[in-house]
Design a protein around this ligand. Structure first.
Ligand code: FRU
Length: 504
């Protein structure tokens, strides 16, 4: 009798479970049509910042801020994915789960010489250093290590490794600084708008080197700093140090990223521009918290960002995931009339691949669809286009809904205002006030009218004028079918070439 009633109890529990699962999955429809095909997004649940980017044993690893239990920010832990070719991401089991502490942003380094003395000395060692957040109490820096290429992690027994008793002190990012033969950590004191630098020989004991503050964009808090040495194009063997951080972007009230160009001597970073100079990484609203990959082949500086904005992240209308990563981009500096500026190039390098479509010397005076090219739903494309000459007011690319012509997105150049722009004001869902405002970036003098756009479902990334202009913007069209055309307003547009790669 007892067993029978226990069985009935068990059965009714299972029925409840089944009902609740099927109810919750029908309660919200899956929105796979908005999921990027080749940019990373977690299969399920929330993500924000990329963490612990590292190239190791043939794989680019991406750890990411993740809520393993829900589609909103919370339970912060590190998710994990990896790729060999920067296009096909393989999601792996949760890497570092939260405990009493939330696992906030941080980095991973390869402890090649086992200087930390942690783990199995016979196996390769990866060391993660991240912020442990004790909600409303404090933020301190913790360490975890892995002997199995980042699959499983052991939290260090003697955490914290760095604690200055602050409620806000976060996002450590570490490089190996060859000249001073030490690891150097950049870390933010967000409310003070400052970045501190610490040095260490063994990854466990960290000494304060210096502090950089009160320069550039100061409106919003500073987060996710990183320090890298970038080559200067066309000047062989010359380089400069660049300090990045996430803060307010170009548009007031919206987050973004800024950078400072200068020198780092193993102790102090010196900004070579005036403290009022503001340099922005990307003029869109959806590029935040980017950090570079550690240990990349040929020392190329590659990075990626969280492609979303804190101002409307909660409103991203996707299910069962929320948040995605930008493309991987290769960084360098270039000379411009205004000084050294950041250049970003999509990775992998599409120009060495066989294009899906190419046309040369075409002339346009009214919107024109490309003969011989049809955008296929569910595919991702990189479009490269160079203008020979034009007398149009505006020209560029237009994605337009087949069912509803009122729904369209423009990625274009305004000759009157001399500005690049992405206009998503008629693209479909408007997520929050200000979301519809056009994202625009100034023309860089002395470079050609060249644009390269990567479209991947809800993601649009423009790298114009050889990568010296960047605008990244999300959009959520209501109707799925779209046509792509080239347009030219009030004038003629002569194109040198247009080349399209389908990104498989
Ligand atoms: C930046 C950030 C970081 C923090 C993390 C928490 O987007 O606020 O400063 O570590 O997100 O998820």
């Amino acid at each position: 009798m007892k067993t029978l009633s226990r069985n009935i109890q068990l059965l009714s529990c299972l029925v409840c479970l089944f009902l609740s699962i099927s109810f919750s999955s029908t309660a919200q429809n899956s929105t796979e049509h908005w999921r990027p095909a080749v940019h990373f997004s977690p299969t399920r649940n929330w993500t924000n910042d990329p963490n612990g980017l590292i190239f190791f044993k043939g794989y680019y690893h991406l750890f990411f801020q993740h809520n393993p239990q829900g589609n909103d920010w919370g339970n912060m832990s590190w998710g994990h994915a990896r790729t060999k070719d920067l296009l096909h991401w393989e999601e792996l089991p949760l890497a570092i789960p939260h405990g009493e502490e939330y696992i906030f942003s941080g980095c991973v380094v390869w402890d090649k010489d086992h200087v930390s003395g942690l783990g199995d000395p016979k196996k390769e060692l990866l060391v993660a250093i991240y912020t442990a957040d004790y909600p409303n109490k404090k933020q301190e820096q913790h360490l975890a290590y892995s002997n199995d290429e980042g699959l499983t992690w052991k939290k260090y027994d003697h955490n914290p490794i760095l604690d200055i008793q602050l409620l806000n002190f976060r996002d450590p990012n570490i490089i190996w600084h060859e000249a001073s033969k030490q690891y150097v950590m950049s870390i933010a004191k967000p409310l003070e708008r400052s970045v501190q630098f610490y040095g260490s020989k063994n990854l466990l004991k960290w000494d304060l080197l210096s502090e950089f503050s009160n320069q550039g964009e100061l409106e919003m808090i500073w987060e996710c700093p990183s320090l890298v040495e970038l080559p200067i194009e066309g000047r062989e063997k010359e380089s400069k140090w660049v300090l990045f951080n996430s803060s307010q972007g170009v548009q007031k009230g919206f987050v973004g990223m800024q950078y400072f160009v200068g020198e780092f001597n193993g102790k102090t970073f010196t900004n070579e521009n005036s403290s009022e100079t503001k340099l922005f990484v990307d003029f869109g609203k959806d590029f935040y918290a980017a950090i570079p990959f550690y240990n990349t082949p040929a020392k190329a500086v590659l990075w990626l960002a969280w492609a979303l904005s804190w101002q409307y992240a909660k409103e991203q209308p996707t299910y069962p995931w929320k948040g995605q990563m930008s493309s991987v981009r290769k960084l360098s500096l270039v000379d411009t009339q205004e000084g050294l500026r950041l250049k970003q190039l999509f990775q992998p390098d599409f120009t060495s691949m066989e294009p899906t479509f190419q046309a040369k010397d075409i002339s346009i005076s009214k919107p024109k669809m490309l003969n011989g090219f049809k955008m296929l739903q569910g595919k991702s494309y990189v479009i490269d286009m160079e203008v020979e000459e034009t007398n149009a007011d505006r020209w560029g690319l237009k994605w337009q809904s087949v069912d509803n012509p009122q729904e369209y997105t423009l990625v274009a150049f305004d000759e009157i205002k001399k500005q690049w722009f992405i206009d998503r004001s008629h693209s479909g869902k408007i997520l929050s006030p200000g979301f519809f405002k056009v994202d625009s970036a100034p023309w860089v003098e002395g470079r050609s009218r060249h644009m390269r756009v990567w479209v991947d479902h809800s993601m649009l990334e423009l790298l114009a004028q050889d990568g010296t202009v960047a605008i990244s913007s999300l959009r959520f069209p209501v109707s799925a079918k779209e046509n792509l055309s080239i347009f030219s307003d009030k004038g003629k547009l002569d194109l040198k070439q247009i080349t399209i790669w389908e990104v498989k």
